[in-house]
Design a protein around this ligand. Structure first.
Ligand SMILES: Cc1ncc(COP(=O)(O)O)c(C=O)c1O
Length: 374
């Protein structure tokens, strides 16, 4: 046996992707699966956005940009924020390599070893891993069964080590959207305890029942993150932006200079065109898909109606863990993800309805048959 020490650093030694890998290993055995697992839109980037990026490449805009992003894009973003929030002065804007990049920068800039970060369960899994990588302690608060923000539990979890709260509305994976009253209450808690709040608003365009409301309307110490990945199907282009308190943004900008450097130049050039693109037809189509999912699964599974994003977080039938039910779904050619990937619980599974109506209808029928046969 070799007594060679592992070259892997302690900080990543326990990083583990086995939960999701198991699902994808199983999926690799499927023939023409009905794939309801994908976390990205099934529509393509609208043509004018593509053309703008192609033209940028042809013109030679292929070089490093300013770390904080090109001025035309930051101005277009600032215009949007001024219109939406009525701000006369917009805080500094940093264009990042996806919201993933913005999160990484924020956690590394804000979290000292031993600092606590409150995360609401179910959660986007990256939060937990990135907080740990920064040496922080994720403090996980359960929001089952209706996925509303549990205000009392949040306040009770705050300690002198609490540094940050992460809010994600519309939420991946639950599809929950927080109301203005809930956001106002979160703002009051954060203000009482002098907490910074990361508001991950990557799904802000995908709101089906009421206009989107942002925590930034209610709370000055919000680190607001929005992306181009979901709104314009630009997942591979790696672009997002973040805005917030100046001292935090300054340090995030410096850290970006020493890490990601800048978001892709051609994506940045296309950014202002994206912001002007009307995505309401795509959003309307996703609302219909949301309705299809809810109508199909509410009685069999007791699904809480998702209000946004493009996910439904569905309780597994009684007597089965989510992993057990997902294994059976996969054996029946439907690929969904067990909630244990997004949660301390293994009681729900996530459906992404970002697929064709035909595939979605087929998948829903199989899931229903499977639940009824138990
Ligand atoms: C809630 C949430 N935040 C952030 C991201 C990261 O998106 P990107 O890095 O593509 O901007 C995702 C992607 O799935 C997400 O679901």
């Amino acid at each position: 046996m070799s007594n060679k020490k592992s070259p892997i650093a302690q900080r990543v030694a326990n990083l583990d992707a086995s939960g999701i890998r198991k699902v994808f290993d199983l999926a690799a055995t499927m023939k023409d699966p009905i794939n309801l697992s994908i976390g990205q839109p099934d529509f393509d980037v609208p043509d004018p956005i593509k053309e703008a990026a192609i033209e940028a490449i042809r013109r030679g805009q292929n070089k490093y940009t300013q770390t904080q992003g090109i001025p035309e894009l930051r101005e277009a973003i600032a215009d949007e924020l001024r219109k939406e929030f009525g701000w006369t002065e917009v805080p500094p804007i940093l264009v990042t390599s996806g919201v993933s990049g913005a999160l990484m920068l924020a956690f590394f800039v804000l979290v000292d070893p031993g600092d606590e970060v409150i995360i609401l369960d179910p959660y986007f899994v990256m939060y937990v891993h990135q907080v740990r990588l920064a040496g922080g302690i994720p403090v996980i608060i359960d929001t089952y069964p209706d996925f509303r923000p549990p205000l009392d539990k949040i306040e009770a979890a705050i300690t002198p080590r609490t540094k940050l709260l992460v809010v994600n509305s519309p939420c991946n994976p639950s599809g929950a959207i927080y109301t203005a009253e809930e956001l106002q209450s979160i703002a009051e808690i954060a203000r009482r305890h002098n907490l910074l709040v990361i508001s991950d608003e990557i799904y802000n365009l995908f709101c089906y029942d009421a206009p989107f409301r942002s925590l930034a309307e209610f709370y000055e110490n919000t680190i607001l993150m929005r992306g181009f990945s979901k709104s314009y199907a630009m997942t591979g282009w790696r672009m997002a932006y973040v805005t917030g308190p100046k001292d935090v943004m300054d340090k995030m900008t410096t850290l970006q200079q020493y890490s990601f450097v800048c978001a892709p130049s051609m994506a940045q050039v296309a950014g202002p065109i994206a912001l002007k693109t009307d995505m309401s037809p795509q959003v309307a189509a996703y609302k219909c898909k949301r309705d299809m999912v809810y109508e199909a699964l509410r009685d069999t599974f007791g699904l809480v109606k998702p209000a946004g994003a493009f996910y439904a977080f569905v309780p597994a039938p009684k007597g089965l863990s989510a992993t057990e039910f997902v294994t059976r779904a996969i054996q029946n050619n439907v690929l969904v993800i067990p909630g244990s990937v997004f949660s301390e619980r293994d009681s729900h599974f996530r459906i992404s309805y970002a697929t064709t109506d035909e595939k979605l209808a087929q998948g829903l029928e199989i899931l229903n048959k499977l639940a009824n046969s138990l």
